[in-house]
Design a protein around this ligand. Structure first.
Ligand code: G3P
Length: 217
């Protein structure tokens, strides 16, 4: 499973990138607002740092507007994936922008039917939002499994980009189901390294080591 990092914070992307954990980046209008940066400036910096796809989201509501914004965002760098919402106009924009040779990420997906339409419209990525479904006492992971099954039934090449990931468990569950990509905040990716038994075991080893009076270096 590829790891995308869901942030517009350059330092956090750089830290994970140095460890080889970043296959791409996703941003959205909320993350750009949180960064306090200009969208083109910060997106360019991210694209200079990361070779993989960097999603930049349009904000127009009509297809023509999304297409125009998408073409403008694509000028930032070759590795831009244009992100459009899963509305009827978003699907029209997806079709046009995909046919022009752009990577398109269709976002705000909450049903298998929406994912099926995005694949038919030529999406490179479909972004089902796990956490926001869980927030409503629905099962976000079940949606990932449904989309996997449907895409595999028909050989759709659209990549499932599990999004709105809130916990390390979401990462492993998405990987078990076979999501192609998961995008998560930096803190969630770092939390994947944690286990209380690792901390406890390390503590016990170090206490025993002290008793030996030895040093390695
Ligand atoms: O990639 C989409 C993601 O940013 C949404 O996450 O936690 O705001 O639902 P969240």
């Amino acid at each position: 499973m590829k790891f995308f990092v869901d942030t517009a914070e350059i330092d956090a992307i750089r830290e994970l990138h140095e460890l080889g954990m970043v296959d791409g980046v996703t941003t959205n209008p909320s993350l750009i607002a949180k960064s306090g940066r200009d969208i083109k400036e910060v997106t360019k910096e991210i694209c200079d740092l990361v070779d993989g796809p960097v999603s930049a989201e349009t904000v127009a509501l009509d297809a023509e507007g999304m297409i125009a914004e998408g073409r403008e965002l694509k000028k930032i760098a070759e590795n831009i994936a244009i992100k459009v919402p899963l509305t009827w106009d978003g699907l029209k924009a997806c079709k046009t922008l995909s046919e022009e040779g752009n990577m398109v990420n269709v976002t705000l997906c909450f049903t298998a039917n929406q994912a099926l339409l995005a694949a038919k419209a030529g999406a490179t990525f479909i972004s089902p939002f796990i956490g926001r479904l869980d927030d409503l006492n629905l099962d976000g992971m079940e949606l990932i499994a449904d989309i996997r099954e449907i895409y595999d039934n028909y050989g759709f090449e659209t990549q499932i980009l599990a999004a709105s990931i809130r916990s390390a468990n979401h990462m492993s569950e998405a990987a078990k189901i076979g999501a192609d990509v998961a995008t998560a905040p930096p803190a969630v990716i770092k939390a994947m390294a944690n286990h209380v038994l690792t901390d406890k075991g390390l503590d016990a080893f170090l206490k025993d080591w002290e008793k030996t009076g030895q040093t390695i270096l």
